[in-house]
Design a protein around this ligand. Sequence first.
Ligand code: LMR
Length: 396
Amino acid sequence: LFSAVEMAPRDPILGLNEQFAADTNPNKVNLGVGVYFDENGKLPLLQCVQQAEKAMMDKPAARGYLPIDGIAAYDNAVKGLVFGADSEPVKAGRVATVQALGGTGGLKIGADFLKRLNPKAKVLISDPSWENHRALFTNAGFEVGTYAYYDAAKRGVNFEGMLASLRAAEAGTIVVLHACCHNPTGYDITPAQWDQVVAVVKERGLTAFLDMAYQGFGHGIAEDGAVIGKFVAAGLLFLVSTSFSKSFSLYGERVGGLSVLCADKAEADRVLSQLKIVIRTNYSNPPTHGGAVVAAVLNNPELRALWEKELGEMRVRIKAMRQKLVDGLKAAGVKQDMGFITDQIGMFSYSGLSKDQMVRLRTEFGVYGTDTGRMCVAALNGKNIDHVCKSIAAVL
Ligand code: LMR
């Protein structure tokens, strides 16, 4: 029955974890996957999460099925975080939000919903984009193209190219935009440039699908989410996928969401009913624990303040590591100006290293990044940075 099944290639990001786990190099450093590790190289278990879990354990609860769209208090907290609790869309009840299996789950629910709604639509992702965007939308049945984004020579965004690609797109095209902390490049467009993108999306009748997996890792929670308000103010209807994997350090809980902004409450109710069918026919309903923890934190003023503080500390430490990387590379003898690393934002640095250099980094030095040259600077610390800098200097 399965004799004709071919071996699939390893996942370009998560596949690196498997390789890393098998590597016996004592100096190995995993800068492959987008995961934050603290100064001691440990995956943090946030204090706000521990406190919420402790309170939950003091009042143990049985685990019944959740509603198909998840915990209501969680969905409401997501709406508040994404649109603002007192925002007009939330107050008018015109946002349909569902709990999803991480940000990836939110994207997939949205992709399946859009495929049923508009089967002929094309999808545009940024060039380059998170590796899984193309695979996910292709597997949902879409033809996936790209819009210009990264300018390697300039080390930044080819904004004119981006606008031109969007202007050339057919009406109804689904445009996947990174709300903040662009993955993989680390280069975001400015608020003024966002205004222009919003205007083109409106003018051309495009469908924006914002991927906001890194809210809080750029400039702050509100600052990173500000782009959502721009789309709302323009009167657009759109989708947003969100994730608490990184911002709550709850990677394994698969806790994310999909929010769809609709014209009015009746439309949002109808959209929600369709999202529920997508969920029911894929995995029935979401798991309980991660959503309950996030809801407990976001809906409790003290825990929420603690979360904001802890997320802020992660953001500040990543920025400090960017500077240390620039300084360390210089000290290790790298002649070229690596200052661009501090212009980038979020968890990633697009290093400009070639595939061959990335493979050498991995095989000779145990330093893991993706073949495209992406490195997760959120996994650097005082102990591993020297080895990383010397290794990069060696392959450069
Ligand atoms: C990444 O880009 O490394 C993360 O978003 C993890 C993943 O699922 O790929």
